[in-house]
Design a protein around this ligand. Structure first.
Ligand code: ZN
Ligand code: ZN
Length: 109
């Protein structure tokens, strides 16, 4: 069964309002400015989830193979979710999450 669909479209971030461009090399799944994402997938890229809460970054860990792993919590259903960081993610924002100084309210449009 196919569980990964490439779904790489530009979108406007619902949290900070940034137009996030296509990523080209893989599916874009979060904003590269505030790092927020939408709880929209059950399996990566399938867009089959009806929760549609906002996934807010709560923790960042390093993985030598994949760069940074961003851990999210959904503000609606509370589900925890891990995502790889993208090449053009704001390093400043990643540092804030790491240092526990990130607040989604600082990014809200
Ligand atoms: Zn954003
Ligand atoms: Zn959710």
């Amino acid at each position: 069964m196919k569980t990964f669909e490439k779904n790489d479209n530009e979108f406007i971030c619902r949290v900070c309002g940034k137009l996030v461009p296509e990523l080209k090399y893989t599916s874009r799944d979060h904003c590269n400015k505030c790092l927020c994402s939408i709880h929209i997938d059950i399996n990566p890229g399938d867009r089959a989830n009806t929760c549609l809460g906002t996934l807010i970054p709560i923790e960042v860990s390093t993985s030598n193979k994949k760069g940074y792993i961003i851990k999210y919590r959904c503000d609606k259903c509370g589900m925890l979710h891990n995502n790889k960081s993208a090449e053009d993610d704001s390093f400043n924002t990643i540092l804030k999450v790491m240092n526990q100084t990130y607040s989604v309210n600082n990014y809200k449009k």
